[in-house]
Design a protein. Structure first.
Length: 115
């Protein structure tokens, strides 16, 4: 059974940096696109960044130039490095992976940006 386990997250001051990692297990075949979504209180879940197995990336306009996503296909991991964090980046961040045309989600990790 495919499982995604996130790590990282926490409290950071505005302008600071934080990294999120996600490890995927339980697969027999390669994962497709992997990525990160976030959901702030009272808002819909939104895409933050995604990366294909070939390394092509896609970012939400709100994080372009501040966040960077990368993955290790051999280890089935995806990492989101967040910089120049703003209070509006506060949300629960979810790891997502496409596996055999099904979407799998992590349990979510809280990111709080506050002084």
């Amino acid at each position: 059974q495919v499982q995604l386990v996130e790590s990282g997250g926490g409290l950071v001051q505005p302008g600071g940096s934080l990294g999120l990692s996600c490890a995927a297990t339980g697969n027999r075949f390669s994962f497709g696109a992997m990525g990160w979504y976030r959901q702030a209180p009272g808002k819909q879940r939104e895409l933050v960044a995604s990366i294909t197995s070939g390394g092509s990336t896609n970012y939400a306009d709100s994080v372009k130039g501040r966040f960077a996503i990368d993955r290790n296909n051999a280890k089935n991991t995806v990492h989101l490095q967040m910089g120049s964090l703003k209070p509006e980046d506060k949300a629960v961040y979810y790891c997502n992976a496409d596996y055999l045309s099904q979407a799998y989600w992590g349990q979510g990790t809280q990111v709080t940006v506050s002084s």
